[in-house]
Design a protein around this ligand. Structure first.
Ligand code: NAD
Length: 320
């Protein structure tokens, strides 16, 4: 049977090509036409499957999709999908951890090193004609020998631990929901500690938790005050996990030394955000998992899962 997959997200033509390259023969990808939600919802009528990146899926969207039998997320952050509405309609939701983990772990390393080595300042100044061979020396750091504190120790944090171990960092983690010490912790000499200990000891605090009632604005003024003044914050998880005004104050007041951020409370970042003017932060536009390698791998997994569903087999990474 041939199915129609609706890509419930705006992307570019080259991205749609990569998606199509991994589709089963005969299946059809519908991409969004028009500019209004009304026009997009009208196209939902054709969808057998919905493929979601970071757009919300609401009860109203589901009502506009009478043929829909399954929602497949191409990533793992499903907080914007109305799971109660899916459940009420008997429509399953599956995630796709494939591809995400390596991309985000590598991006975490990139942000740590970029903040530590003042990469953006060095590059920007060089292009402006200023050769900062000495000018950045007293504020540049090495990762070797530093303590990296991972908040959350799931898939991505464990992959970060593996990479940071190779860079000779000491690794701490805090994850109260793990029932046993993961094998990765032994392999990369990562030590579980209570959160206050992690904040107190870490040179780098890196966030790898989902957005939940408990983690929303988790990094608050009181948490920043527990960090070392020389410490940096890395966030490749979700913007909602950080109290952004509190972070801005902590950076301005030098309560912490710097930050590397891929995610923000509001995306795209507000054009008047003070973060844009700070030279001790490195900012990227939510691209941690956004490589073509990851996209190909994801689409391969996504369509394998949809085919499993179509054959009536159990699907992988089902959350509803
Ligand atoms: P995961 O589910 O494998 O790991 C999350 C871990 O957080 C779990 O081990 C869980 O026990 C732990 N946790 C939950 N609440 C906690 C708390 N209050 N304190 C400490 N630990 C807690 O998820 P993952 O695949 O590692 O993803 C981690 C995060 O990365 C998610 O927020 C996801 O949305 C985000 N992400 C970002 C991008 C990006 O492009 N920037 C891409 C993919 C995923």
């Amino acid at each position: 049977m041939n199915y129609t997959v609706m890509y419930w997200n705006r992307a570019t033509g080259d991205v749609y090509e990569v998606i199509r390259s991994q589709m089963p023969t005969g299946w059809r990808l519908v991409t969004l036409e028009g500019e209004t939600q009304e026009e997009w919802r009208a196209q939902l009528r054709q969808a057998d499957f919905l493929l979601v990146a970071d757009w919300p899926v609401t009860a109203e969207d589901l009502d506009a999709a009478p043929k829909l039998t399954m929602v497949q997320h191409q990533g793992v952050g499903h907080e914007r999908i109305d799971k109660a509405a899916l459940k009420a309609r008997g429509i399953p939701l599956a995630l796709c951890p494939a591809g995400t983990t390596v991309g985000v772990a590598e991006h975490t390393m990139l942000l740590i090193l970029a903040v530590y080595k003042r990469l953006v300042a060095a590059d920007t100044k060089l292009r402006e004609g200023t050769w900062l061979q000495w000018g950045l020396r007293s504020t540049s750091h090495e990762l070797a020998g530093k303590t990296l504190g991972l908040v959350g120790f799931g898939r991505i944090a464990q992959a970060v631990a593996q990479r940071a171990h190779a860079f000779e960092a000491r690794i701490l983690y805090h994850d109260p929901y793990l029932t046993e010490r993961p094998l990765a912790a032994s392999a990369w000499n990562a030590v579980a500690v209570p959160l206050p200990e992690l904040l107190r000891q870490s040179d780098i605090v890196s966030l790898h938790v989902p957005t939940t009632g408990e983690t929303r604005r988790f990094m608050s003024t009181s948490k920043f005050e527990q960090m070392k003044p020389s410490a940096i914050l890395i966030n490749t998880s979700r913007g909602a996990v950080v109290d952004e005004p509190a972070l801005i104050k902590a950076l301005e007041a030098r309560i912490i030394a710097g930050a590397g951020l891929d995610v923000f409370e509001q995306e795209p970042i507000r054009p008047d955000s003070p973060l844009l003017k700070m030279d001790n932060v490195v900012l990227t536009p939510h691209i941690a998992a956004g490589t073509v390698d990851a996209l190909r791998q994801k689409m391969h997994s996504v369509f394998a899962n949809l085919q499993r569903f179509a054959r009536g087999e159990p699907i992988h990474d089902q959350v509803v």
